[in-house]
Design a binder for this molecule. Structure first.
Ligand SMILES: [Fe+2]
Length: 255
């Protein structure tokens, strides 16, 4: 489906008005607003390479995918879903059950099948694995959004002090060892389940392992182009074992 430049501008304005209804002095809110625009642009770029007909829908899914984050932060003051709500389901409920989508799209009408596709993509964007039984179009839409989200998560982690991201002291981060289970995920080239992350630095290795879940070569190209992965791999640990492990990852990672 084609979304014109004017429609995109209108949707961006409606999103910005919505976000401004939250506390924009809160760095968490500002971070999510910026993340939204970046993911939308990335999703469009990936779709143009792999599924050009759906580039407009990919952009829109990026614009709406984290809408639940704003209300999550206002109510619970955290991005940790386990301590609050599943932000993907929460956002999809706000959009499609509480009709927030009508306000954000303002008279711009989507077909029922496009609405269902959008809802599915948003609900699935933070899942560890996609559910079985998706149609080809759903799979492609979900994968494009998930790749775009992961790419921008690496930017956020690369650009923000890790102490702020993980809520840990510099000392804890720099002295921590990497758990064997987490190392084994890297060696098997799989992403890391939250439950396997036990030490402070496991979170960073887990974020690095997000690259193993990327669905498309163009997504890897963008990661290589942006350079944030290298920044994460250069983490200056004071723990000799962790330092050696990061050196190992640097020499074994291929995009
Ligand atoms: Fe998200």
């Amino acid at each position: 489906m084609i979304i014109t430049k004017e429609q995109k501008e209108q949707i961006s304005r409606a999103f910005s008005q919505y976000a401004e209804g939250y506390d924009m002095t809160d760095p968490k809110i500002r971070l999510k607003a910026e993340h939204t625009y970046k993911v939308a642009a990335l999703a469009q770029r990936i779709a143009e390479a792999v599924d050009p007909e759906n580039a407009g829908m990919a952009w829109l899914s990026g614009m709406l995918h984290d809408i639940g984050r704003f209300e999550q932060v206002r109510r619970y003051h955290t991005f940790i879903d386990a301590d609050s709500v599943n932000h993907a389901e929460f956002g999809a409920d706000l959009l499609f059950q509480n009709h927030l989508i009508d306000m954000l799209l303002k008279g711009f009408t989507l077909s029922d099948s496009d609405l269902r596709l959008l809802e599915r993509s948003i609900r699935c964007h933070n899942m560890y694995r996609l559910p079985e039984g998706l149609s080809d179009r759903e799979t492609s839409s979900c994968q494009i959004l998930r790749d775009a989200d992961k790419i921008d998560i690496l930017r956020v982690i690369g650009d923000t002090p890790l102490e702020d991201i993980y809520g840990l002291s510099t000392e804890k981060l720099r002295t921590a060892p990497v758990s064997e289970e987490v190392k084994s995920c890297f060696c098997k080239k799989t992403s890391v389940l939250r439950s396997l992350k036990r030490t402070p630095i496991d979170h960073l290795v887990g974020h690095i392992c997000l690259i193993f879940d990327l669905a498309y070569p163009v997504s890897r190209e963008i990661i290589a182009e942006q350079g944030y992965l290298l920044r994460l791999l250069s983490f200056p640990s004071d723990n000799p074992d962790t330092r050696a492990w990061f050196e190992y990852m640097r020499s074994h990672i291929t995009l």
